[in-house]
Design a protein around this ligand. Structure first.
Ligand SMILES: NC(=O)c1ccc[n+]([C@@H]2O[C@H](COP(=O)([O-])OP(=O)(O)OC[C@H]3O[C@@H](n4cnc5c(N)ncnc54)[C@H](O)[C@@H]3O)[C@@H](O)[C@H]2O)c1
Length: 255
């Protein structure tokens, strides 16, 4: 429906070597966008780049950048390579996420918190800091993937859920500040997604069972289902939406 509007647009998705990030770059590549794939492992990134090129109508080769989002220098390099290569950015998708178990009573909880903040909040703020001047030029948009705002496994996920709430508030602030400059900023609130990342979580099978119980649609999302929500928020179909959290969770927030 809104496919052609993404032709030749430059779309950068963090955490795009697998899972939801991979699905998202594949979707935009199939719509003719110029893609920036960035994550931690070069070989994985290159595999996704080949897939993107094969679905791209004009066979565009994505830019691939290994970037550890905990490093300010690497983020600077990611921004520079993107602008040096394409000269613009239209869509920034903050998809990379860090989550590990952490209980507030653990001695090392502040270290665990800092690690969450680096990827889930600080990197997003830095990417916005560096890319917003370009997004203002293109009247582009930012979409950040966070969680539904529930205290899922509160004894384990205080750092993960709290850092996501910070990203939600940052999004609202950016939306309010940059609306007059034509930049829309939104989040997608996800529940469980069936990705390799989910499978690697501690106690993944137990968590899958709990999620199935609390999700009225009785399944996890397929990555493509969330990628389409990201595409929608980036599209002119969402041209009057900014500062919102689009919930795509199979109804999990209801229970
Ligand atoms: N899968 C789920 O059930 C679920 C649930 C809630 C939220 N999420 C969030 O949705 C997003 C996509 O989910 P997914 O399961 O595909 O994610 P995932 O766990 O596979 O993570 C996405 C990517 O982020 C990258 N990443 C992590 N730390 C990084 C760093 N320091 N620098 C650069 N890249 C880094 C990882 O390498 C990975 O490829 C993530 O933000 C995730 O936290 C997922």
């Amino acid at each position: 429906m809104y496919g052609e509007e993404f032709e030749d647009k430059v779309v950068l998705v963090t955490g795009s070597q697998q899972g939801l990030g991979e699905s998202t770059v594949l979707l935009f590549a199939s719509l003719g966008s110029k893609i920036v794939i960035t994550d931690l492992v070069k070989d994985e990134i290159e595999k996704v780049a080949l897939k993107c090129q094969s679905v791209s109508p004009k066979k565009y080769k994505p830019l691939t950048v290994v970037c550890d989002l905990t490093s300010e220098d690497e983020i600077k390099k990611l921004v520079k390579e993107t602008i040096d290569t394409f000269g613009r950015l239209d869509v920034l998708v903050n998809n990379a996420g860090y989550y590990t178990e952490g209980n507030v009573l653990q001695p090392e909880v502040l270290k665990i918190w800092d690690n969450h903040c680096l990827v889930n909040v600080r990197a997003i703020m830095n990417l916005c800091h560096l890319f917003l001047p370009y997004l203002v030029e293109t009247k582009g948009c930012i979409i950040t993937v966070t969680n539904i705002p529930v205290a899922f496994y509160p004894e384990y996920y205080v750092c993960a859920t709290t850092s996501r709430a910070a990203a939600d508030m940052f999004t609202k602030n950016m939306a309010a500040q940059f609306a007059s400059k034509g930049v829309r900023v939104n989040t997608v609130h996800v529940g469980g997604i069936d990705t390799p990342g989910f499978g690697r979580m501690a106690h993944a099978e137990e968590k899958r069972k709990v999620l199935l119980e609390i999700t009225p649609l009785r399944r996890l999302a397929q990555p493509k289902e969330i990628a389409k929500a990201i595409w929608f928020l980036a599209s002119s179909g969402a041209s009057f939406m900014t500062g919102i959290s689009l919930t795509v969770d199979g109804g999990a927030i209801l229970l």
